[in-house]
Design a binder for this molecule. Sequence first.
Ligand SMILES: [Zn+2]
Ligand SMILES: [Zn+2]
Length: 293
Amino acid sequence: MNTQRFVFDDGHWLRGNIHAHTTISDGKLSPAEVLTLYSEAGYDFIALTDHDRYHVHSHSDLICIGGVEVTGYLAKKPIHLQLLPLPGLPVFREGQQFSLTDEEETRRFIATYHKRCIILLNHPAWSLLESDEVIRLGPIAGIEISNYSTERLNAVDGSIHLWECALREGRRWLGYGSDDNHNKESDCFGSWIWVKAAEPSAQAIVEAIEKGHFYSSEGPFIHRFEIRGGRVVAECSPVSRIIVKGERRNFVRRLGDGITSLEAPLNGQSRYLRLECTDEQGRSAYSNPIWLT
Ligand SMILES: [Zn+2]
Ligand SMILES: [Zn+2]
């Protein structure tokens, strides 16, 4: 039986925040304080991604991934690009600084690094980008669809709509969630990713993220999401809405108190399907898309 899953069975589920700031840029806590905060909260991994400076940190109980948030430009607006170097390649020097001045330089930067880094467009809604601007950015791997800091502290909507516009245009982009925390606790622990990694190591986590073997969550758990024998099957922790969305609204949906599964025949035509599970407090979990064609 032909089965497509958005993640595979083997491996470890690991929870992490891959967008965080410290006193190296505009965060209020030192790197050591942020690492302790997330370790004590039970996270498995983190990437401290300060503005325009690349660092790899270390901690005894938390797997640390190197990363940086680089300011670039699109349609004359500042944008923030998240770069996580792929394992095994010398990409950036410890402490390396970045200074992009215009869109042309930003496009050259993406072209230079997109095969050596996972490049993600951070908080496009907060950056005031329009969908036609986002979809012509170039060869990035995905966009940040849930950003706890900008949503909680600035009341900026998430970027799900911009992601869906890009998916409809055929961009096979991943969607990811993060805290983008700059403060202590007021913008921590609201949005994260669960990665299915071959082993609990920085290398395996980055490899799994590159393959899209993760989902984003603000609370709920996704236990299963697959297409099996012409049916879509989803299982999750108790929520009040489970919805499978495609590109032409040919979705299936289930509403109820504490529901944990959905199964339905595949109807209509869609190049992709994605799962969104929302609990009664409005917190969602978002799968990456399963591409059907
Ligand atoms: Zn940013
Ligand atoms: Zn940030």
